[in-house]
Design a protein around this ligand. Sequence first.
Ligand code: MG
Length: 168
Amino acid sequence: MLNKEFKYPDTAAYDFVVQRLKEKGITIEDIAKISFQMQSEFLPNLSMDEVREDTVSVLHKREVLNNAMVGLELDRLATENQLSEPLESIIKNDAGVFGVDEGIALDIANIYGTIGVTNYGFIDREKTGIIKKLDESKKGDNQSNTFIDDIVGALASAVAAKIAHRNS
Ligand code: MG
């Protein structure tokens, strides 16, 4: 079934991720704001325009999109009770020992090296901004947000790492 003519659908992947985030109330601006918060402490001249540009650029990387698509799709499938057991219950209940959500997030955070991973660890503990909202909304409705909070944190961390590298 392998098609040698297959062309990687980069634009479709980007649209998929941006649209899925939007459906959960998360914009590129929200992600940029977290990254700005993380880096402005070290770079007083950092502008939001610059961070916004970096966010869009990170969101165009294939490794980022691939990991984000898988995680976001698993959240959708879990929300719609489409997964087989025991995976459905594990993801729906955001079981602490599952860890695949963090694995996917670390893969994203790592694209600019260890600074991204360190940032992700920090964000995961602090749960700043929109991530806190996502984390809290888990308890309320019947939506699975198991992957999305980690993905958003990882995206913001990767952007922060990209900025740190450029300015070092
Ligand atoms: Mg999670």
